[in-house]
Design a protein around this ligand. Structure first.
Ligand SMILES: NC(=O)c1ccc[n+]([C@@H]2O[C@H](COP(=O)([O-])OP(=O)(O)OC[C@H]3O[C@@H](n4cnc5c(N)ncnc54)[C@H](OP(=O)(O)O)[C@@H]3O)[C@@H](O)[C@H]2O)c1
Length: 256
């Protein structure tokens, strides 16, 4: 029998499902058989479109609004998910608020650091408080945080984003140790600058310099990121926890 990646019987709560990378994660997890609770912030139209797509694939899906920087909002979303789809046993913490343009430390507003703290650190603390207790009862769970290569690059103008994502990493490394005894794995997927719908639709970017420094000499795709999320969610990854997995063609390489 061929090796298979089967998520049937599992329910995922996926934050930022309406975003560029989230929508491909949603489709990929559904194609692996998972039911998916699709979180959005403002883009209800994209979330509804995805919901219909996922139902056509034969899985259960629903859309749920929340501000991921607010514990109260995440707890209200948990109640809504539980009431309609059940208790998730896979969390994918993917949402982020994008600050643009990035500025130097001397120019970046304090509000930007606070914004990144809320949507990176507070999001993960709140999702853990909301959804991990049900996994502990089940003695099985997967928590996957979407980080970034920026966390290792720490280049000029990346300070607010990196601070949020480094804080997120701190929370999740500790969580991995605290919930490991309940057979819950906690891992992070760290994309590079990824090709997604907006680029395919013609958004102009100058990526030649970026690509020249990547060992694989190309940018990765949304699908390549989603594949790693599905792997970490599956039983194939049952003995991996506390990992930071770069999906960036070798642009950053954690050394051992
Ligand atoms: N794209 C890349 O090249 C890249 C590279 C490295 C890492 N990443 C990471 O990958 C993840 C997804 O990135 P992306 O490029 O797909 O981002 P995106 O297209 O900007 O999508 C962001 C998502 O987060 C949601 N969101 C924004 N602010 C929110 C808030 N306050 N509360 C709740 N949800 C909020 C958005 O919801 P609405 O659209 O519904 O408002 C959207 O679904 C992020 O964690 C990012 O750091 C991306």
């Amino acid at each position: 029998m061929a090796l298979s990646l089967d998520l049937s019987g599992h329910l995922v709560i996926l934050t930022g499902a309406s975003g560029e990378l989230g929508r491909v994660m949603a489709r990929t997890l559904a194609k692996a058989g998972a039911d998916v609770a699709l979180h959005y912030h403002a883009n209800v139209a994209k979330a509804r479109e995805l919901e219909a797509e996922l139902k056509d694939l034969g899985v259960r899906a629903g859309v749920f609004q929340a501000d991921v920087g607010s514990l109260g909002s995440i707890l209200a979303m948990k109640d809504a998910v539980n009431a309609t789809l059940g208790e998730p046993d896979i969390v994918v913490a993917n949402a982020v608020s994008q600050i643009f343009p990035w500025e130097t430390v001397l120019n970046e507003a304090i509000a930007d650091y606070e914004d990144q703290f809320r949507t990176c650190v507070v999001q993960n603390v709140a999702l853990a408080k909301a959804f991990v207790p049900a996994m502990q009862k089940k003695k099985w769970g997967r928590y996957i945080g979407i980080n970034t290569e920026v966390t290792m690059q720490l280049a000029v103008t990346q300070s607010a984003y990196a601070a949020g994502k480094r804080g997120m990493d701190g929370v999740l490394k500790v969580l991995a140790q605290e919930v490991g005894p309940d057979q819950i794995t906690v891992n992070e997927v760290a994309p590079g600058w990824t090709v997604s719908d907006k680029y395919r639709a013609g958004e102009k970017v100058d990526d030649a310099g970026y690509i020249a420094n990547i060992p694989l000499r190309r940018r990765g795709t949304d699908q390549e990121v989603a594949n790693v999320v599905a792997f970490l969610a599956s039983d194939l990854a049952s003995y991996i926890t506390g990992a930071y997995v770069p999906v960036c063609g070798g642009n950053v390489m954690p050394r051992v």
